[in-house]
Ligand binder design. Structure first.
Ligand SMILES: Nc1ncnc2c1ncn2[C@@H]1O[C@H](COP(=O)(O)OP(=O)(O)O)[C@@H](O)[C@H]1O
Ligand SMILES: [Mg+2]
Length: 210
């Protein structure tokens, strides 16, 4: 699947935040969106991932505007996974139950948790595991329905360097087996793991490195 942005503009009130962004991103591979805090990464990622409607311009998935994708809830559920800085796991449910809650089919839950290195932690609650393990559970939840693409916004914002690198390695590994990742981060180390790096500055794409 190819995700394209055409002449994106975004305002919050009178503040002009995204100032003409054109991009073409394959939903396979690992794409990092980097830039200083305030450069517009979250705004861009939210628009690309269908969560935020831009003030101007369009996003297309395989050439289709969002309005042409049919039921958008269904489209998201089938095609997109989301990971945020804060894990948003439900504290009353175990890690496994959190993943199961999102799963359309139960079969893949245990192998996926195993592959993410949290196989033996399924019955633990989020306050009984480390930050890195919590984020792995959130990644399992994002991956459980085999989305074409996972969008992650500062997924390592609450992690130490070792756990952050572990998360980038997971994205690398899963992107080698076909799932796409589009990840916004102010952490430049992510660039060592990504196939494509989109550098944002003051609401425009400053540079694209491959
Ligand atoms: N909901 C909002 N309302 C008003 N201003 C916002 C809102 N969200 C972000 N901004 C502003 O837009 C700019 C870009 O923000 P953001 O996209 O979050 O950048 P980044 O993720 O790179 O830090 C910042 O100046 C921020 O203060
Ligand atoms: Mg941000």
């Amino acid at each position: 699947m190819k995700i394209e942005a055409h002449a994106l503009e975004h305002y919050y009130g009178a503040e002009h935040i995204l100032r003409g962004v054109d991009l073409s991103i394959p939903s396979s591979g690992f794409t990092a969106i980097i830039g200083e805090s305030g450069s517009g990464k979250t705004t861009l990622l939210s628009i690309l991932s269908t969560l935020l409607q831009p003030t101007g311009g369009t996003v297309t998935y395989d050439g289709k505007a969002l309005a042409e994708l049919g039921n958008i809830d269904l489209f998201r559920r089938r095609n997109i996974g989301f990971v945020f800085q804060f894990h948003y796991l439900i504290s009353y449910l175990s890690l496994r139950e959190n993943v199961a809650l999102a799963a359309l089919a139960p079969e893949g839950i245990d192998p996926l948790m195993e592959r993410l290195g949290i196989g033996r932690l399924g019955s633990r609650y989020s306050d009984e595991v480390s930050g890195g393990e919590r984020q792995r559970a959130a990644i399992a939840r994002a991956l459980i329905n085999h989305p074409s693409v996972v969008f992650a916004d500062e997924p390592t914002g609450n992690l130490d360097t070792k756990n952050a690198l572990g998360v980038y390695e997971l994205f690398r590994e899963f992107s080698n087996s076909g799932t796409g990742f589009i990840v916004a981060s102010h952490d430049k180390k992510i660039a060592d793991f990504a196939d494509t790096i989109i550098e944002m500055e003051d609401g425009i794409v400053k540079k694209i490195h491959h």
